[in-house]
Design a protein around this ligand. Sequence first.
Ligand SMILES: [Fe+2]
Ligand SMILES: [Fe+2]
Length: 479
Amino acid sequence: MSSINYTDRIPNNVNLANDRALQRALEHWQPRFLNWWQESGPSDFNAADVFLRTAIGVDAKGWADYGQVAMPDYRWGIFMADREADRTIGFGDMMGQPVWQSVPGEFRSTLRRFIVTQGDTEPASVEQQRLLGHIAPSLYDMRNLFQINVEEGRHLWAMVYLLHAHFGRDGREEAEELLERHSGDPDNSRILGTFNEPIDDWLSLYMFTYFTDRDGKFQLKSFAESAFDPLSRTCRFMLTEEAHHMFVGDTGIGRIVKRTLELMQQLKTDDPEAIRKAGCIDLPLLQRYINFWFTSSLDLFGSEDSSNAAAAFANGLKGRPDETRYADHVEKESIYELAVPDAEWTGSDAGILTREVPMRNAMNEEVRSSYVKDCELGFKRWNRAIERAGFDFRLTLPSVRFRRSIGAWAGVPISPTGERISQQAYDENLPNWIPSEQDRAYVKSLMVKVHEPGKMANWIAPPDRGINNKAIDYEYVCL
Ligand SMILES: [Fe+2]
Ligand SMILES: [Fe+2]
């Protein structure tokens, strides 16, 4: 295993010291990154010691070290999974040929766009979450937020390294621009819609880490298959870190469900008003947040029928997550049955048609379907808990066609259960399907800081266990 060099100014396992020009270029970018962290990161907490993990190796076992670190002292660096000897391209027209260690000229602009788009999401999420520390429901949660923030910062480093190392002057310019765009900035926004949505309460954070970080997982898994080996190796190590981000979302939503059920049993009611009077999050409110964040994240996968996706697959740039699970890695003749809206719909039938498209064109939809299955896992657990508590309510994922802004279903009025409805019915009901202003204001009113070790805000149950064998009442952040 290649070890991580922490004696360099920029920790790395890519032998940066051997390439002085690249090292200098990255050392030039480093202070700009730190400036960005000061201006756009959770810098109100710079003085606090936080119980953070830091990567010390890149293999699955024992890859991180835990200790109290002030966030500005976190060692952001460049870590890649080890190179696999004789790795070959695993899909597409060049299947079986050796993978590439440098960027082929004909794919340069496409790969650069992929890396920039992925890289842009990383600092965007830190910007979206920068004030949440002030209203953390516990020190345990605050620490998890900061862990995610420093790791998203590191993921930016991962992409900037690829830009600097493989894309010359264009790459360096793109790396600068990654620090210039800002989440929600009307003049210079982040590239993807979801990453411009404000996250100013912890319910939104758990939704974001459950649904949007999971989109990240699927993007990274697609890139982990790439014929461009440095991208593949970078993404494989990022996935190790990403698992914790989804854990925060999964357990966060689970702890809200647990707390609300306790209260519902105690009060012997599922009446949302009664739950709100007692200062907790009623399940229908939770469902509306799910509807919002799930649909917003679905758009990140792109259009159902996409010639760009087909080309990226054919050329070996971007594969399907866990490509080895598929029987056919070339998919030259395969057909995909795609559901599309009937343009002629008069309201007399379902208004949904099936169209056959080449499998390669439907890659985005294929990856989106795997993502949806992955999203369902948490729901099974939460609904079991609701059932055991003796209530009929069930949390569900809305239809993938509901409230879409990108692709075949963009702007088509569809109910959360997937029926095509009139525009009027859609407009009238939408405020009941996604959080209303009142819902958001209520959730905001619940957000209070809880800074005593082991204590939790009223609306959320404690976690089952602490971090890295520490007790739940360990002082995860020393303020
Ligand atoms: Fe990330
Ligand atoms: Fe993440």
